[in-house]
Design a protein around this ligand. Sequence first.
Ligand SMILES: [Zn+2]
Length: 400
Amino acid sequence: MNNSQSSTLFPLNPAVQGFSCLRCNHFYPTNDSVADRGTGCPICLQEGYPASLKLVYDGRPAIVNALDKGIGRYKQRLPYLAFPSLGEGSTPLIRLDSLAQELNLSALWIKNEGANPTGSFKDRFSPLVVARAKALNRQVVLAASSGNAGVSLAAYAAAAGLSCTIVSTPAMSPSWQRAIRLHGAEIKMAETSLDRWPYMREQVEQAAAYPATNYIDPPVGSNPFGLQGYKTMAYEISEQCQDQLPSIILVPTSRGDLLWALYEGFRELQAGEFGLNNVIINSPLPRLVAVEPFPRLSLVMSGADYRGQFPGKSGRMTSIGGANVTYQSWYALRETSGLAIDVSEKDALGGQEELARKGLYLESSSATILPALRQLHAAGELRITDRVMLIATSHGYKEN
Ligand SMILES: [Zn+2]
């Protein structure tokens, strides 16, 4: 298949104008390959301040594609108008009314992203990375992952007929490893998290593998085309909640891909760039709360350099582990007057048990949302008028 044929199958949304840097705002046109390198803005990288790029659309307000379910409803604000689909998105909101009453909240929901095809929110990301790789006629997609992103990318690569390599460490659960291999992907094991980067760089620079995730240190966010898929969660919440939009959203966080994309999705809605919900045009953005296994973003919010190392033990919470933060996660918290909360492994496991007793079996990294909510309550950060949404990023079945 030549380039023009594959580009016809996966045409870039004509509304996409180019890419801009979150930090320096430099604009790059769509014919610049800068967004496909996996290393963010070259100017900021040169200055020693790695920062992500985002897609820039033209000024025409997007409208929902009401005939589609899932993330395709919002394709006017996605980089590709067609992409491989396994039925991702349209995940349920579950009300936790008794807990809302106990904590004196106006409303409390869980957004259950475990209901996606491979059981995590990553299924909103993978279709767009795979579409981009197909459009560029790349044969291999590549990601560093501790689990969920690897399973998801492997599944979507299989659906699109692409090869896939997942770079991980021996800490990855055997259940995740088995699923990735069954999808036909290769797992390359590195000794430590940081040992994954030289291999990834070599595969990208010398073997033309298409990178879905970061491979520099300090890191940037994941692939900018894939991140656009996460915005659909903000659009969906906006459709599901109508005039009862959440005022606070708790998000289990590692490098802040989802955190930033939720900010970006709600920002677009507020700016009227997506004509979905007029209520938000006159409302503040939901306050984003990053939930972490140990202090990282909370230190950056108190003045630490975002490029620093923040070591700590994540234990079973591998999906939100890692010693780094990113510019994008700090940016999302700053723009939404947000904050970061740290949850211990013991509290995460307690949250996992409590949510399971309500019928929701979440991965321990995701179950941090409940103890984080209790911490916010204890700290006096919640008001009786608050409507709180907890993002359950993944179900628990893949964990050992
Ligand atoms: Zn820049």
